[in-house]
Unconditional design. Structure first.
Length: 276
């Protein structure tokens, strides 16, 4: 009995040690970023662990030397455009995959899985040529559609797994009461699928916010440059480290906010349908 207790205690200690190391590796770069963003220019690089300075002027300088408002606006357009369009398309597609049988369904599911492993850089040049030939180059919509096409497989698979757990009898009862299949989907299925929908929204928002490659090859206007691309260009212009870190801190705030707003749905949405 004592041997089992000691072994169980060792397993717990090892588990929490691994978690602590993982948290340390994750939080230390973030901590250094925040501290550097509040450090005066002549003190950057000094060796200190606890923050000694609170130079909030660095954030003001950031907006003075760079069009940060335009960067943030473009990133929000890409992120919300990607997340909303992905959730709409994925909910309809996954419902059809969950409820209907049709020829080629296994092939379609396999193709969804295959699309996820294709690197974006592989289709970058074809997308560039296609946008030029169709006259849709340098447009927000072009970037959003290209991003949704790359990000849509996972939301579809996620929502399909959740829809599979919802009994079909609920829709059949609604149809008996006079609802069409579409009304039953909107009034019955979607409200019950809120955790999965919020999870799909959050995950695709993160993808849209981290967007880098597609705006770089599909846009030229400075008004369509997202924050990620704008921050990378700061390095090319030898922007001081404290200003660059201030921009980085601003860049990580919206995803954190979205996560905090949707965290109660994320675990349930990610694990829903896992038994299927």
């Amino acid at each position: 009995m004592k041997y089992r207790t000691k072994k169980k205690l060792k397993d717990y200690l090892l588990r929490y040690l691994i978690i602590a190391v993982a948290l340390l590796l994750t939080l230390v770069p973030l901590y250094v970023t925040v501290v550097t963003s509040l450090t005066p220019a002549d003190k950057v690089g000094s060796a200190f662990i606890l923050p000694r300075y609170f130079e909030w002027r660095n954030y003001v300088k950031l907006f003075e030397v760079l069009p940060m408002a335009s960067y943030i606006k473009s990133s929000l357009i890409y992120a919300f455009g990607c997340s909303i369009l992905s959730v709409v398309i994925a909910s309809l597609s996954s419902y059809a995959l969950s409820r209907y049988r049709f020829r080629g369904k296994p092939v379609f599911m396999t193709a969804l899985l295959a699309v996820q492993i294709i690197p974006q850089i592989v289709i970058a040049i074809p997308l560039f040529k296609m946008a030029l030939s169709l006259g849709i180059y340098d447009q927000f919509g072009t970037v959003i559609v290209a991003l949704v096409a790359s990000a849509i497989p996972y939301p579809i698979l996620l929502l399909k797994g959740f829809f599979d757990t919802i009994p079909v009898t609920l829709e059949e009862a609604a149809v008996v009461d006079g609802c069409t299949r579409l009304k039953a989907f909107v009034r019955i299925i979607l409200p019950l699928s809120k955790p999965a929908l919020m999870t799909a929204f959050a995950l695709t928002f993160f993808v849209g916010w981290d967007l880098y490659l597609y705006p770089m090859i599909l846009t030229t206007s400075s008004s369509k440059v997202p924050l990620t691309l704008g921050l990378s260009r700061m390095i090319d212009f030898y922007t001081p480290w404290e200003i660059l870190m201030a921009g980085t801190v601003i860049g990580i705030l919206p995803p954190i906010l979205v996560y905090l707003l949707t965290q109660k749905y994320l675990i349930g949405g990610l694990t829903a349908g896992s038994d299927k």
